[in-house]
Ligand binder design. Structure first.
Ligand code: TEU
Length: 574
């Protein structure tokens, strides 16, 4: 079995992890300093969000030099040290490959924008746009909308052409149809592989394939389309198979593609079991459930547990034996799960954070833990719109009221629940100033004021903390093969209050039961398990803990936000 199949990944957002030099921004030395903490959690792999030279229009997802370290984060020597120390602790390092686009300050783009001639002219995607009878550019070719708002097309007078940018206009899309561009990307990947890194997370890699023909539209219509029309294009698979032959197959790597809009069928093309493309992909159906929520007064997002169960279960069963999957509820682009799907009121915060982790970590796939998730870190009470740093949030605050879709107040309230900045405030290390993240006067983004209650130092010192619970979840995956290999069966799909499932192998049978509400619930125990006395593997609930042998019976009683896994050994007739 490949090493990444029973591994757990920890994602670090370097800007917000640990600031060693007191400039208010996290850095590589800070990460190195905290490696023992990550090792103590028990994970196997660290994924670092981008650490490369960047003007930071999108916090490093806009790279101006793929072979240099971002000045604020340190030097190449700092990276070498980080890698060596991580390896010494048994931790692998996965880097973020952002190759759908570069920064507009990358030398390739600086050259490309100058003229239609020259070696870099076709490194990006250029279009003449719509012309009047005199041949003058009057509008972009169409109303494709960029992910961060506005048009995907930006006019450049020097070339009298428009370039395509799926994200901000400082993130021009690279032209993967140009074989030279692909070779450049493979070269820079080899540069990092030869340093000894252990894999890549591939940013929006589902967007690298595009059509030759760009559809033209009549000028003058208002607004932009949302959503990227060239997601998961057949060419993306062709390029990735080539990348595998050229680079990936020559090293022992874990690769995970970020592939919004992917179906299980397409995921199996991105991550086939024969290893000819990627190791796995990220799907977004569960975190996209509330994507089209209308603006409302509170800004709160909807959550439909039945739909969540349907989505998670579909991925568990449809990938089975076809492709490997990833398991995640949290990353640097998403609000904090305890605030979104759990309950961040003081009474339930820790219990529901453990319950959500429990729900995910007994499934099949490679789990990802995003920094602070293991502490039950919450969404952030941003005070005014000036507190937001994310380009997407700022653009939203500007564009949505201008289009008349919602008031600024409504957008602000929605951002309190939805903004990516909820995940990007500093890691809460201790009750000291700035949560122990930095000794600067001011940090680059505000610290969540709840750090005196929620921080790593406090949780490391307490046996029943969220941190200790995640440690257990990770240890169990390492020790119990059924979690990695077992079959998955959803129980009671119609319940909108509980989530219960089985994991089964010839040797072991697990019943995992979770209460997603603040009231007591019951789960009906499958017939074949009723007369048996199971072993309690893990629970977040003191009552269930003290009545370890009780579930044998028709119903399993679940206190508020309880999570429990019972192991029954081999069972026939399920
Ligand atoms: O995110 C891409 C992104 O916005 C996805 O979450 C999206 O929902 C999905 O792919 C839809 O197709 C990545 C990074 O994670 C993000 O931080 C960057 O801002 C973005 O790419 C641009 O590099």
């Amino acid at each position: 079995m490949e090493w990444w199949k029973n591994s757990v990944v920890y994602q670090i957002y370097p800007r917000s992890f640990m600031d060693s030099d007191g400039d208010g921004v996290g850095d590589l030395k800070g990460i190195t300093e905290k490696l023992p903490y990550v090792a103590e959690l028990g994970v196997d792999i660290i994924w670092l969000s981008p650490i490369f030279a960047s003007p930071n229009d999108d916090n490093g997802y806009d790279i101006s030099d793929y072979r240099a370290i971002m000045t604020e984060f340190g030097t190449m020597a700092d990276f070498d040290e980080l890698l060596a120390r991580a390896h010494a602790l048994g931790l692998k390092i996965v880097l973020d490959l952002v190759a759908n686009h570069s920064s507009d300050e990358h030398p390739w783009f600086i050259e490309s924008r100058k003229s239609k001639e020259g070696p870099y002219a076709d490194y990006y995607i250029w279009h003449d746009g719509l012309r009047d009878e005199n041949g003058r550019a009057v509008a972009p070719p169409n109303r494709w909308g960029a992910f961060f708002g506005g048009s995907t097309w930006e006019y450049v007078p020097e070339r009298d052409q428009y370039y395509l940018h799926s994200f901000s206009k400082k993130q021009p899309d690279l032209n993967w149809q140009n074989p030279k561009v692909r070779q450049e990307v493979y070269e820079l990947m080899r540069f990092w592989c030869d340093k000894g890194i252990d894999g890549f997370r591939m940013d929006v890699i589902n967007c690298i394939g595009k059509d030759d023909e760009v559809p033209l539209e009549e000028p003058g219509k208002p607004g932009f389309y949302t959503g990227i029309p060239y997601q998961n294009h057949p060419r993306a698979f062709v390029y990735l198979r080539e990348m595998n032959r050229e680079v990936l197959s020559h090293y022992d790597l874990m690769t995970v593609g970020e592939t919004g809009g992917v179906t299980p069928e397409k995921a199996a093309q991105y991550a086939p079991a024969d290893g000819s493309v990627l190791s796995m992909v990220f799907q977004f159906e569960h975190t996209d459930m509330d994507k089209n929520d209308p603006y409302n007064e509170t800004g709160a997002l909807s959550f439909d547990l039945r739909e969540f169960k349907r989505i998670m279960s579909r991925w568990q069963t449809e990938l089975r034996d076809k492709a490997w999957g990833s398991l995640w509820i949290s990353n640097h682009d998403q609000p904090r799960p305890v605030s979104r799907w759990g309950n961040d009121a003081p009474q339930w915060r820790e219990k529901s954070a453990k319950m959500l982790g429990h729900c995910l970590h007994f499934m099949q796939g490679t789990p990802y833990v995003y920094q602070g998730e293991e502490l039950g870190m919450t969404n952030v009470p941003f005070r005014t719109k000036a507190d937001f740093r994310d380009i997407r949030a700022r653009n939203n605050l500007r564009d949505v009221p201008a289009r008349g879709e919602a008031t600024e107040e409504q957008v602000f309230r929605r951002l309190l629940h939805r903004s990516r900045d909820n995940a990007r405030t500093p890691m809460q290390w201790s009750a000291e100033k700035h949560a122990g993240f930095s000794r600067a006067e001011e940090t680059w983004i505000m610290v969540n004021p709840n750090y005196p209650e929620i921080n790593a130092a406090e949780q490391l010192a307490r046996e029943d903390s969220v941190f200790r619970y995640y440690q257990e979840l990770i240890r169990l995956r390492h020790e119990q093969p059924v979690i990695t290999t077992g079959d998955y069966t959803l129980l009671e799909p119609e319940s909108d209050k509980t989530y219960a499932y089985l994991r089964t192998s010839p040797e072991e049978t697990l019943l995992v039961a979770l209460n997603f509400t603040a009231e007591e619930q019951t789960v009906s125990v499958p017939e074949a398990l009723r007369q048996r006395v199971p072993e309690l593997w893990l629970t977040n609930d003191p009552d269930l803990q003290s009545s370890a042998d009780q579930p044998a019976g028709e119903h399993l009683r679940l206190p508020p936000y309880a999570a429990v896994t019972y192991a029954f050994g081999p069972v026939a007739g399920l």
